[in-house]
Design a protein. Structure first.
Length: 81
């Protein structure tokens, strides 16, 4: 929030406000919600977040899919033989 308030060009919230709400730059209201609790399991949180980002329409998301410079989630199918 501080980066957004300071109009930091690295703030995803500021970039979204500037790109999508030009008339309201710096005054856009954001809402956030908890979508999961991952006690002491950062890997599960990261995989869950990556999956949610991947499955969300690009028009509805403000995350930059490449902001962490990481690869995508790999789909694995296990076939029992």
């Amino acid at each position: 929030m501080q980066a957004y308030k300071n109009k930091c060009k690295h703030s995803i919230m500021y970039r979204h406000s500037k790109d999508k709400h030009k008339d309201f730059e710096g005054k856009t209201k954001f809402t956030m919600k908890i979508t999961g609790i991952y006690r002491n399991d950062p890997t599960l949180r990261q995989v869950s977040e990556g999956t949610k980002i991947k499955n969300t329409d690009n028009k509805l998301i403000i995350n930059n899919k490449t902001e962490w410079n990481s690869g995508g989630i790999i789909n694995i199918n296990i076939i029992k033989t």
